[in-house]
Write a protein that binds this ligand. Structure first.
Ligand SMILES: [Zn+2]
Ligand SMILES: [Zn+2]
Length: 205
């Protein structure tokens, strides 16, 4: 049985959940959404990775908003691995101001996989909050970015949002298994089954 461990770091001003996820067998890992406001916020994450002897394989962005990508550059300087982001949100990386811009970028599309050790997360394109929003899913875990929160969903009033796409996305999410442990871009983790029953944005679809 493949086991993943999820470590949560709350970073940035909003604040954002940055996840370090590793395959417990091989210690290979990914960093999801290092949305650091200040470079100094990277230190506890570096310390944890060093202490646990993890090997970082990828930095993954659930979408291109600043609060999720601002620390990509500093993480890439340290670990020299690709930054993965959906094709439709990659343009956000070029807009980073006063921050290191990631150099090595791997573009994702729906159905791609992000593998680290024996763990594998599938890329689900979940357009709505932004055009290139993704969720990362396996049979136990889901990293939902700003698409799905505990009892809420991401805003769709930005220029890069689409409320129509969001309702198609939420329909897709309703078909996911109840047992999924959902790790969102902000606030606490939740269960997909609970969201299907109690999240007004899913219930009222
Ligand atoms: Zn966002
Ligand atoms: Zn966010």
């Amino acid at each position: 049985m493949i086991v993943m461990h999820v470590e949560t770091f709350t970073v940035g001003m909003l604040p954002t959940n940055c996840y370090v996820v590793n395959c417990t067998e091989t210690k290979e890992a990914i960093i999801i959404d290092p949305g650091l406001s200040l470079d100094i916020e990277a230190q506890p994450i570096f310390n944890y990775i060093e202490k646990e002897l993890l090997t970082i394989k990828f930095i993954v962005n659930t979408h291109g908003h600043h609060d999720h990508i601002d620390g990509d550059g500093i993480m890439q300087k340290k670990y020299v691995v690709p930054v993965c982001i959906h094709d439709s949100d990659a343009y956000f990386l070029n807009r980073l101001e006063n921050r290191d811009v990631p150099i090595d970028v791997l573009l994702l599309k729906d159905g791609d996989s992000v593998s680290f050790g024996k763990a594998c997360l599938k890329v689900m394109h979940t357009s709505g909050h932004t055009r290139g929003s993704i969720c990362l899913v396996d049979d136990k875990f889901m990293f939902s970015g700003d698409t799905l929160f505990a009892e809420s969903v991401g805003r769709t009033d930005f220029a890069e949002s689409s409320p129509e796409d969001m309702s198609i996305t939420l329909q897709k999410l309703k078909s996911l298994p109840d047992v999924l442990l959902v790790y969102p871009g902000h606030d606490e983790a939740t269960l997909m089954g609970k969201e299907k029953r109690a999240n007004p944005f899913l219930v009222n679809l």
